[in-house]
Design a protein around this ligand. Structure first.
Ligand code: CA
Length: 240
């Protein structure tokens, strides 16, 4: 009898309407050891997502029905946090920021090298695996402040007992604040650590997200938790 334990192959969903590209991606991802389903439209993707749990989604932005940004935003709103790599022909910073704002985890600009996409898929799955292990070992998954309760594992958020829906990026930002309480964090540091954008000066993106956190958790007119530090950045105030 063969006693080798069964190998669990990660399952990927490729959402891409260009037939040649979709077939090439499927073939090469399968050669890399993944189980791969392909959807040509957002609607087909929705059907696959109802029927299976995926380890990652490769999502083209330009689809014939709903665009990839909207599909990704809908996924996150519905509580699906499967890692997403977006594929797009457009590569400017605004689009990258948009992709990350709607909850994508990574971004590839067409035309791309297949080997790079394969490397990014591997790295995304590794990071997710590592984050899961890391979350279990060290970082507390429950954050309590004021009358808010945030569970970073289940993404359950309650303020004064009322459930709230946060996007992945809002949660990531909140988590970074909670890991660095009572310390001034510059917009540049937040863009680098939370948005993974190096040398970015997109201060308004940070300000928008701080406003969103304040609306969820704070008094936007007189914030107690997410404090602006003039000329320096923001501070998350935790009273010990
Ligand atoms: Ca397309």
């Amino acid at each position: 009898m063969d006693s080798t334990p069964p190998v669990v192959r990660p399952r990927l969903l490729v959402v891409e309407d260009e037939g040649h590209l979709a077939a090439g991606l499927k073939l090469n991802l399968e050669l890399d050891g993944y189980l791969v389903d392909v959807a040509g439209t957002a609607r087909e993707a929705g059907e696959h997502l109802l029927g299976a749990t995926y380890d990652a989604i490769v999502l083209d932005v330009m689809l014939p029905d709903v665009n990839g940004f909207e599909l990704c935003a809908k996924l996150r709103e519905s509580g699906n946090f499967t890692p997403v790599i977006m594929l797009t022909a457009r590569g400017d910073a605004e689009d990258r920021v948009h992709g990350l704002e709607v909850g994508a985890d990574d971004y590839m600009v067409k035309p791309f090298e297949l080997s790079e996409l394969l490397a990014r898929v591997r790295s995304l799955l590794r990071r997710r695996q590592w984050e899961k292990g890391e979350a279990k070992q060290s970082a507390p998954s429950l954050l309590v402040f004021g009358d808010a309760q945030v569970d970073f594992d289940t993404h359950e958020v309650r303020v004064a007992g009322e459930p709230k829906k946060l996007t992945q990026l809002e949660l990531d930002l909140l988590r970074y604040f909670s890991e660095n309480p009572n310390r001034v964090l510059s917009r540049r540091e937040l863009l680098e650590k939370v948005w993974k954008l190096r040398n970015s000066n997109n201060a308004r993106t940070v300000d928008n997200f701080i406003s969103r956190l304040r609306r969820h958790f704070d008094d936007p007119k007189d914030p107690r938790f997410f404090i602006s530090v003039r000329g320096a950045g923001y501070k998350f105030i935790v009273v010990e």
